[in-house]
Design a protein around this ligand. Sequence first.
Ligand SMILES: [Zn+2]
Length: 304
Amino acid sequence: MLNQKTVSNTVTINGTGLHNGKKVTINILPALPNSGIQFKRIDIEKNNIITPTVYNVTNATLCTTISNEYGVKVSTIEHLMAALFGLGIDNALIEINNDEVPILDGSAKIFIEKIKTIGIKESNTPIKIISINKKITYKEENKFISIEPSKTNLLIDFEIKYQNSLIGTQRNLVDVYNSNLSEIYDSRTFCLYEDVKKLQDMGLALGGSLDNAIVVKDNEIINIGGLRNEKEFVNHKILDCIGDLFLSGYKVVGKIVCSQGGHKLTNDLLRKVYEDKKNFSLYEIKEKTLSNTLIDKVSLRSIA
Ligand SMILES: [Zn+2]
């Protein structure tokens, strides 16, 4: 459980980019221990590798976009990154033939199902953990995010406050390594009906439809079938947060508290954490040489 994992064979997924509206195929390929997650733009011949790191995030307004030093980019990586994090996949090469990851149903559900169908392979190399040593806070206007130490888990306490009365204020707290997160991974992205046209006029959400987003018009959900779970709106924000935290490059041990945050705030917080080495410790977990200061073995088994 505490060893690094990859996919056992190539996972191929076809779909459409939410923002560019273009058809795209990704192949998730097995990769060696310690190689991490890497994207490879196979529609471009050279300088086509992009690593999802905190510092490679070049746009985080509506989705998370990463770019390499040559300006080659991949966007909307967050739901795929959350799926990989949730399945404990530390290493994979993701080939992609366009610049945006497919939106699929707007959640991480299909990524998870497809990867599970192909299977996951465990190595003998221990996983790596970043543990938070002191509380770090980041604020921007009415938005807030913090991360503080926790024993062995990753807790995310997230709140959204919308003027729209159907969405309103929603809050949820999840223990990422010790809970069944299927409601989180199944939760779809959402938007207000009045924003759809604005986005499309800006050349965004061109692939958006009721098949890949919840659309809220006044007090009504336009999608047939309504919500997948009671807290789907805030649960989707937690899903985004998990995906964006994976750009730290590690399994995170800490507690996140966030109000009205999103991709940008999570990235700003991680940048602030990495500013000072005293803010965090990195651990390689070996079952026989566990540091008792980190935690007891029983709890640690869940981190993988
Ligand atoms: Zn999202």
